[in-house]
Design a protein around this ligand. Structure first.
Ligand code: NAD
Ligand code: DAU
Length: 337
């Protein structure tokens, strides 16, 4: 089996690629990744020479580039589509790159995969497409989409384009909507790695607003297993929610982290709120649990301790990101697309 993974040099994509190579010996992977600021070759340095793996530096907005991959590396059996602009705060600065990659890029990829006769397309969406919850309830697969940020609106666009490909052309598409992931190799602009790396550097942990916004956290490897299950056992045209059943306020996350890192609570510093900040996400993942038998396996305390330990032991990885040297290196080595 030959699959194209997009966004394999990012956080979740790199875990997915590594997990497939370890657990699915019959699968060859072509990683289509543009190596934006969020991609990092270090994330897959340990498997870069695996004969079942190759990386193609192509943007999903580059139709001829994608067509060449599907023609020259084919036949491709499946696409697992993770490439995206993924950070909400950046989308508040400008939504344009989000529309380009998440909306336009997804449509181009759907068309190229369809024309190449790919049997299955997995669209990796997000719980943020559902919008924000009040104090109770959780998102189910038929909750209406109501995205609030340019990021989540662009992800809702890609999610709906995937659905439209199924409805219009009968393209075999499955869609997943997952809650917040955490774990090693997450880019230190996101809450947990930002707080850990700031803490390890003796800097403050900037908590937005009142700190009572709630996210439903899932360890990244649990997400990766779910993606593989949906790719292989999910029903065409269906949506599967994925979540950790692990709701925490940002203040609770910050407090657990300062305790794990033996820092004073005063390290947590309130800062002005994010614009349009979604109050609460919570995912009901009964469908994937009951129909495919998936379960989150990593307890929060264990996953978070593992994550703190990883950032402690991989200082060079995040320091070069935070001080910009990795950007200079990649620009010199690979140029810009
Ligand atoms: P990330 O930002 O860490 O990685 C994104 C990757 O996509 C990078 O390697 C980047 O180089 C690549 N990329 C960006 N634009 C591209 C383009 N035009 N062409 C090709 N490659 C491009 O993202 P992540 O956190 O690993 O998220 C992966 C996917 O999972 C995204 O689609 C995101 O919306 C979704 N998701 C993320 C979370 C989460 O908590 N991180 C939760 C649910 C869903
Ligand atoms: O829910 C899934 C989504 O989770 C994914 O689709 C996104 O790609 C991913 O980035 C994530 O979005 P969030 O906006 O929830 O994640 P982020 O890590 O940016 O923020 C988590 C919460 O922490 C959020 O309520 C904002 C808050 N926060 C974040 C940062 C960066 C802070 O309080 N301080 C910060 O410095």
């Amino acid at each position: 089996m030959r699959i194209v993974v997009t966004g394999g040099l990012g956080f979740i994509g790199s875990h997915l690629v590594r997990w497939i190579l370890q657990h699915q010996p019959q699968v060859d992977i072509i990683n289509v990744d543009a190596l934006t600021y969020a991609g990092n070759l270090e994330n897959l340095a340990d498997i870069a020479d695996n004969p079942r793996y190759q990386w193609q530096r192509i943007s999903i907005t580059d139709r001829p580039g994608l067509e060449a991959v599907f023609r020259d590396q084919g036949p491709i059996d499946a696409v697992m589509h993770l490439a995206a602009e993924s950070h909400v705060d950046r989308s508040i600065q400008s939504g344009v790159p989000f529309v380009e990659t998440n909306v336009l890029g997804t449509q181009i990829l759907l068309e190229v995969a369809r024309n190449a006769g790919v049997s299955r397309f997995l669209q990796v969406s997000t719980d943020e497409v559902y919008g924000s919850l009040g104090g109770t309830g959780s998102f189910v697969e038929h909750t209406p989409l109501s995205p609030n940020s340019p990021y989540s609106a662009s992800k809702a666009g890609s999610d709906l384009l995937a659905r439209a490909a199924f409805e219009t052309y009968g393209q075999d598409v499955v869609i997943t909507r997952c809650s917040n992931n955490y774990g090693p190799y997450q880019f230190p602009e996101k809450l947990i790695p930002l707080f850990i790396t700031n803490g390890l550097d003796g800097k403050s942990l900037p908590l937005y607003g009142d700190g009572l916004n709630v996210r439903d956290w899932l360890y990244v490897e649990d997400h990766v297993r779910a993606l593989w299950m949906v790719l292989n056992q999910g029903k065409a045209g269906e949506v599967y929610n994925i979540g950790g059943n692990n709701e925490r306020s940002n203040r609770e996350v910050a407090q657990t982290l300062v305790s794990l890192m033996h820092l004073p609570e005063t390290a947590i510093v309130p800062v002005p709120d994010r614009l349009g900040h979604d109050r609460r996400y919570a995912i009901d993942s009964s469908k994937i649990q009951e129909t495919l038998g998936w379960r989150p396996e990593t307890p929060w305390e264990q996953g978070l301790a593992l994550t703190v330990q990883w950032y402690r032991s991989r200082r060079a990885w995040w320091e070069s990101i935070k001080n910009g040297t990795y950007k200079d290196y990649y620009r010199d080595q690979y140029g810009t697309l």
